[in-house]
Design a protein around this ligand. Structure first.
Ligand code: MG
Length: 256
């Protein structure tokens, strides 16, 4: 099932995307819902971010080749005991098709294509072997990052927390497996930049969720970003970013 959030006239609702049509839900996929009889063509609705999280928790440097391109070639042999985590605010979330706003103080903004997890229920102390019980589905994320600020201060949340710096979607795919091997590709103006696979994550999904939920309670709709493969690429105003992940569709955003 592919879950979307959409706007039609003045109403916002969740729905089920199937063969180019959206069947509206009565309710939210995080509680209990039923399909209604209302069906919309994609052309007549505006797709929004598929979820509005209370928080986005992200993992840094979870692919050895990306750690190497960020100046940490030894990372694959000397993995830290725990993943490095940071928060992206809920206000950084936008949907596929919405514009990314280049920060006024921005100098070097990179894209990071990532697999994202959407939490299904209130979750604390998740057992890594049971992680699938806590996840509604998976989607595409772009962890946009301002590298000058990141390098200058080491504060990830400042560098990665700007408004619009977390495009999600287009939809939440509710079919997923325990050890996904999904190809992640990103393009800037049609040129391929990243071409990695989720099998190369150093901390696996269960370990990530066990660690984060040992610290903070995860709420329904919270989003976890699992790190980016190598090839992160600088973007400028006017660029079109396209990210594709197997079974998750295509996310397209323009920088303004
Ligand atoms: Mg990232």
């Amino acid at each position: 099932m592919q879950i979307v959030r959409a706007k039609y006239e003045n109403e916002i609702f969740y729905g089920d995307l199937h063969e180019g049509k959206v069947t509206r839900y009565d309710g939210s996929p995080f509680v209990v819902w039923e399909n209604t009889e209302e069906v919309y063509d994609l052309e007549e609705i505006e797709l929004l971010a598929p979820v509005l999280p209370s928080k986005v928790v992200a993992i840094a440097k979870n692919y050895a080749k990306h750690a190497a391109e960020m100046g940490l070639p030894e990372y694959s042999e000397n993995m830290p005991e725990n993943p490095i985590i940071f928060i992206k605010p809920s206000t950084s979330v936008i949907g596929s098709g919405q514009n990314i706003k280049y920060p006024t103080i921005g100098e070097h903004v990179d894209i990071e294509a990532e697999l994202a997890l959407v939490i299904s229920k209130v979750s604390k102390n998740i057992d890594k072997n049971n992680w699938m019980d806590h996840v509604l589905g998976i989607t595409i994320a772009n962890d946009l990052s301002e590298r000058v600020l990141q390098g200058k201060t080491g504060h990830f949340t400042r560098a990665k927390g700007f408004d619009t710096f977390c495009p999600l979607g287009p939809y939440i795919q509710t079919e997923f497996v325990d050890s996904p091997e999904l190809q992640i590709k990103s393009y800037v103006n049609g040129d391929l930049k990243q071409d990695g696979n989720t099998r190369d994550m150093m901390f696996k999904i269960g370990e990530i969720l066990e660690f984060i939920s040992s610290i903070m309670t995860l709420l329904p709709g919270d989003v976890i970003l699992t790190g980016t493969p190598e090839g992160v690429s600088k973007v400028e105003r006017g660029d079109e970013i396209k990210i594709e992940i197997d079974t998750l569709g295509t996310q397209i955003n323009t920088v303004e």
